[in-house]
Design a binder for this molecule. Structure first.
Ligand code: 13P
Ligand code: ZN
Length: 271
């Protein structure tokens, strides 16, 4: 089948990065069945010489709220109920490109086939709306189910503000260096709900790039999908070190406060 990507290399490059990350999520065991979702803002790619077909394939569909900064924006979205392992092979059969209407409350599915977007679209689009409003250059949102981080969200002790951030930072210097804003916490809420979208934005606004959805997963933002994935991967690596130390029969000491302060200084980190 002909794809809009055939003649649009800049758009294709961003969407193939999503496919690459979808493969990693499956390989890591974080994407059981249809678990997780990814959206990227491709408005710039569509704008730069690769305009999309005028005729929509389907829509308009309601977003569920009005998101004023999204007027005329374009997004690639994983399809609801679609599997990351399938998306890795064929991103345009397991996701679609959507365009937000001028009323900022609806979208059309534009390409390649009618694949309804993820059930977490309320959170994803609300976060993109927030990022544009802030003048952020971030274009990617990744939601996934990293096993060890989700396990750690099953005890109240780890859900108090910045307890997990400090613990994970202290497991290996890279975690603070490459996930320098830490891990925000969002209490359990119904998947796909507006309440979850609002709480996710509130946590991001507290200055986190990755937030933990209690007993569910994480939601990360980044300049691109690779950067968002790398932050989750780095945090989960720390969770694995913690788990392995506990499995070896001891509680890991962790780096000291002054060792972590030294990292902040050396890498010029925000926290
Ligand atoms: P979707 O298949 O609708 O993207 O849902 C997966 C998921 O992880 C919901 O939180
Ligand atoms: Zn989920």
């Amino acid at each position: 089948m002909k794809s809009i990507l055939d003649t649009r290399p800049t758009l294709a490059a961003e969407i193939y990065k999503v496919a690459e990350v979808a493969g990693y999520l499956w390989e890591k065991g974080w994407a059981e069945r249809n678990g997780g979702n990814i959206t990227i803002n491709v408005t710039n790619e569509v704008g730069c010489g690769c305009s999309l077909p005028d005729k929509a394939l389907a829509g308009p569909f309601e977003i569920g709220e009005t998101l004023p900064n999204l007027k005329g924006c374009w997004f690639y979205c994983k399809g609801t109920n679609r599997r990351m392992r399938d998306l890795a092979r064929d991103p345009m059969a397991n996701g679609s490109v959507i365009k937000i209407t001028d009323d900022c409350a609806h979208y059309y599915i534009v390409a390649d086939t009618v694949v309804p977007p993820t059930s977490e679209l309320p959170s994803h689009l609300a976060v993109h709306n927030y990022l544009i409003g802030k003048g952020s250059s971030y274009k990617a949102c990744v939601h996934t189910h990293p096993t060890q981080l989700v396990a750690m969200s099953h005890t109240d002790a780890f859900l108090k503000k910045d307890v997990l951030t400090k613990l994970l930072w202290s497991m290996i210097p890279e975690t603070k260096a490459y996930c320098p804003r830490g891990l925000g916490i969002v209490p359990y809420m119904l998947p796909g709900s507006k309440a979850l979208a609002d709480a996710t934005i509130a946590a991001i606004d507290e200055d986190y790039d990755v937030v933990l959805w209690e007993k569910h997963g994480v939601f990360a933002i980044g300049e691109d999908v690779i950067e968002a994935f790398d932050m989750i991967d780095t945090l989960n690596k720390s969770a694995l070190i913690y788990r392995d130390a506990r499995a070896m029969g001891f509680i890991p000491d962790g780096m000291t406060e002054s060792q972590m302060a030294e990292i902040s200084k050396a890498f010029n980190l925000p926290k």
